[in-house]
Design a protein around this ligand. Sequence first.
Ligand code: AMP
Length: 509
Amino acid sequence: MNKIIRKIEELEEWRRHLKSDINFIPTMGNLHYGHQKLISTAKSSNCNINLVSIFVNPLQFDSKKDLKSYPKTVDKDIEIAFSTGTDVIFIPNTIDIYPPNNKSISYLKASKELSSALCGITRKGHFDGVCTVIYRLLKLIQPKNLYLGEKDWQQLLILKNLVSEKKLNINILSIPTQRDSDGIPFSSRNNLLSKNEKTIVKFFSNELVHSQKVFKKDKKIELNQIIKKLQSKNISIEYLEHLNAYSLKKVQKEDNISILAGAIKCGKTRLIDHVFLMKRNPIIAIDGPAGSGKSTITKLIAKKLKFLYLDTGAMYRALSWLLIKEKIDYNEKSELNKILSNVSIIFKTNSISHQDVFINKFCVTEEIRSQKISSIVSKISSIKEIRDFLVKEQRKIGESGGLVAEGRDIGSTVFPDAEIKIYLTASIEERAKRRKSELDIRGSKEIDFNQLKELIRKRDLDDSTREISPLTKAKGAIELITDGYSINEVVEKIINIYNFKIPKEIQIE
Ligand code: AMP
């Protein structure tokens, strides 16, 4: 379908009769490779209709001169948009988007916290204008997915905040910043640069990318030195800041993902660029009560994201195996401490879907699932020395991130700084139903449904009232109640949470 819509009435009429979902890609035209990548990414993600809007929004320009000089190339844009996978192009007029004296148009304010940093400091009202136009377009188009570039990271954060504040049922998906072969991010404003100015922008962008490499190695950057280096090339810096990537507040020691973001002025043209800095890869912590489906779901997420699956339960089981093998009396502290000082537990992936557990070089993957181990592991895991030891080991494994861990105390104790914390649960009724069908498959008739419910209730109480690391919903955890959802639906929900939070640019490929 190749369709151009210019009038709002026409858009509304078309929308009323449309049966498919829409991927919406808002742009201000003068399409370049960054826009093309957004359009083609949306096209290849699903079978939805791809709708691109071209509208130079006057509300987000703080100067009339800037608005006037913004490159406008509609005929070429139409050609590019259709050839990269656009189905419908919406090209409204300013008067239609902002009809004068129309009280039904909401003029919005952007989040104060997010818009009072970086570009918001000098571009007063800019993000209010962005929110106003995007909200107006979202209301008209009613898309399922909104595709945005991480190139405008502050804008992306502000629009995510807008969508959640207005409780719009829209997914926001993003793509990494697309750069030219010389390292400069594609931008419509690049067309306004002279050859000389381009050299300056190239130096600025390459310096940011270089700082990212330095950070990867040293886990720190010297902001003042970078500023001095840029100034030595006569680059006019509006700002250069190292901030928490989500709050846009000054970066703190404990922050894992941060951004180094800058704006420079090149002649009359203002350009922005940023890089993400990350101390370790992201961590996903999944906690929840017994029978909530944690293991199955965690394993599938690890496979999908190519993350390490940290099965903390297997570590407690492996240690139980060793204590039995070495005939250790674990109530005897000196004996216990002696063996703990000599334990190494590692996970090795032997194929894409299978992970072996080794303790002191013994592969114990199968043996730790025996009834003998199951009967003592709960006792072993309530011993403080053992918990302290294994929590330390788990943190060691998680040092470079890129892992999804499941347990009872992952988000609260082991990785309180995990980027994604999930509290996976289901009603007692649902968990008993799941357990019952597992038992039925095995032909076991020892226990009836009501007894199962009672056992689960008791286990929940034990887990949540025990002294060491009780089961609780960690601070910042998202609760997922899985009643009525299939395993794949829950996995998809968690992957969506991950994609929403972690910039595509720093996701492990
Ligand atoms: P604009 O036309 O500048 O308003 O941009 C429209 C969309 O394209 C926004 O979501 C931008 O973040 C995105 N975009 C612009 N330039 C790039 C780029 N170089 N890489 C990735 N996305 C971009």
